[in-house]
Design a protein around this ligand. Sequence first.
Ligand code: COS
Length: 381
Amino acid sequence: MTTVDRILPTEEAQELLGLATELADGELAPRVAEFESRGEFPRELLRTLGRSGLLGLPYPESAGGAEQPYEVYLQVLEVLASRWLAVAEAVSVHTLACFPVAAYGSDKLRGMLPELIGGELLGAYCLSEPQGGSDAAALATRAVRDGEEYVVSGTKAWITHAGVADFYNIFCRTGGPGPGGISCLLADAATPGIVPQAREKTMGLRSSPVAQIAFDDARVPADRLVGPEGVGFRIAMQALDSGRLGIAACAVGLAQAALDYATGYARERNQFGRPIIAFQGLGFLLADMATQVAAARALTLAAARLRDAGRPYSVEAAKAKVFATDTAMKVTTDAVQVLGGSGYVADHPVERYMREAKVLQIVEGTNQIQRLVISRSLSRD
Ligand code: COS
């Protein structure tokens, strides 16, 4: 395992990263292969991370978080992702799901934050729909006010933590068409009429449940409206700006794991009387992989520092997400190549890494959508 040379801003951050590494090595690494092959969600492990304070890292201490800069949170995510991507993704999705209430919730809703991010509960984020993925502003799930409740009907798609989450952020239409008619509701998962469907059979991340959720006239109390009516799209986009950095960090961790494994293999494996890393064809391939991982990490942390400084960072988050996830796809594919036939079978984890990398180019905005965000910014002053 290569040691990544990190500069962390405080001793506390150093300790947090040490704790995350300990948990990643002691709790995640020994279980990942078995849980992935069984397709079992490690709910108890998420509780362990929560009790260790790793489920609310960027949120204020008053809200039950650890008040860490994003720069630190992302490096923790990276370490978790290098051992078990689905667990790191779960932490990232939960952090995303806490954003709407933390940033836009009423005093009453914000009062729930210690419970939401304290570690016992798990959140999910319901934006995509069967007919509206990239075009998020076209979403059709409706919420109609009826007295002190909203009645929600429609279907959400590709929901990570469907069926295992304790609370859902639901982006739904309370007004007319377009982004201005969208609102955000925070619903308890146990609300009657919220019905998770059968799990999708995914290419990778099999321990992470993903499914559609049907909303069959689910009644959500009106005081669970997050922010005013009509600002839901803005909330969703801002949450995704942060979430995309989380996905970028997951990609860096996965790519680092693939690089480490392929390097170890290339040093041990002998052909023609010497380790295969001594052949320039493979040595240079590994050199490019190492350079790409370092560049992806640097870009991701640079965007995080902008966020930490309170500066606009949407476009930089999109660049980080594109670069880091494309890098993860390339580096994991090359890692399989380094192992040759052994890379193509499940005896070695690079086969899983390559399957897992693919989804990172798709979730929280496809890489085509990230390029749209970047190119639009280039066409403006
Ligand atoms: N932060 C804050 N506000 C934002 C924003 C952001 N990052 N992005 C857009 N907005 C605001 C705009 O400022 C605009 O507000 P006004 O109407 O007040 O001017 C409004 O939202 C609409 O923005 P825009 O016109 O850019 O919306 P589009 O319909 O063109 O959609 C994209 C923009 C394509 C970027 C958006 O739909 C998107 O990100 N799609 C991908 C969805 C996604 O990531 N899904 C994954 C779900 S989680 S797995």
